[in-house]
Design a protein around this ligand. Structure first.
Ligand SMILES: C[S@@+](CC[C@H](N)C(=O)[O-])C[C@H]1O[C@@H](n2cnc3c(N)ncnc32)[C@H](O)[C@@H]1O
Length: 182
């Protein structure tokens, strides 16, 4: 298991997390590791549109993939989710489109478009869907993704939130005072 997957699995198990939304799923490697290793999870929503993006909007290795490779990734993810179909659902749509799903969650994991504006929007969009004392988190807090660093730092500074980074995963616990950041 990749080191950041292991870290997320432990974060979930150590904090009694039962419901999660993962934004950006690709082949569902992280989803599978969580579902295989976190027995308390009762609701898991993965969101990914599996589309080619305009290179100006989203620079990622995924944009070099052909349509058939995207479909293949979707199929692999579907199979992995199907194993847990009683509690896991993969939504083929963008982060923006999926915000209307019902309910509040114990945790959100943001790992979609790593550009500054996109991470900023994903945090503002999804933080209100996280329960108080739940976890707001994401991947790739690293020099390679300066937009992630800038968006997380800026948001946390503005709202007086103290966040942590481990194995490239940034995270913080949602408290009462940042309930209305949106
Ligand atoms: C780095 S991969 C996700 C890896 C996955 N979280 C894991 O750890 O196994 C990024 C994914 O984000 C998806 N993505 C890009 N923009 C998105 C958006 N606006 N909404 C949802 N997903 C998006 C891409 O299609 C791609 O599959």
């Amino acid at each position: 298991m990749k080191r950041y997957n292991k870290f997320v699995v432990n974060l979930i198990n150590n904090n009694n997390i039962k419901s999660i939304v993962e934004i950006g799923v690709w082949k569902a490697r992280l989803s599978k590791n969580i579902l295989d290793n976190c027995p308390n999870i009762s609701r898991y929503i993965g969101v990914d549109p599996y589309i080619k993006w305009n290179r100006k909007k989203y620079k990622d290795i995924i944009n070099k993939k052909s349509k058939s490779e995207l479909e293949r990734a979707y199929k692999i993810a579907c199979d992995r989710y199907y194993t847990y179909h009683h509690k896991a659902k993969l939504l083929r749509m963008t982060s923006e489109e999926s915000i209307y799903i019902d309910g509040l969650f114990d945790m959100i994991f943001i790992d979609a478009n790593h550009g500054y504006e996109w991470i900023k929007s994903d945090i503002l969009r999804w933080e209100p869907k996280v329960k108080i004392n739940g976890i707001v988190s994401g991947h790739d807090y690293s020099k390679k993704f300066k937009g992630v660093i800038k968006a997380v730092r800026e948001h946390c500074k503005k709202n007086n939130i103290s966040f942590k980074v481990e194995k490239g995963v940034w995270f913080y616990f949602k408290r009462e005072y940042n309930e209305n950041t949106c």
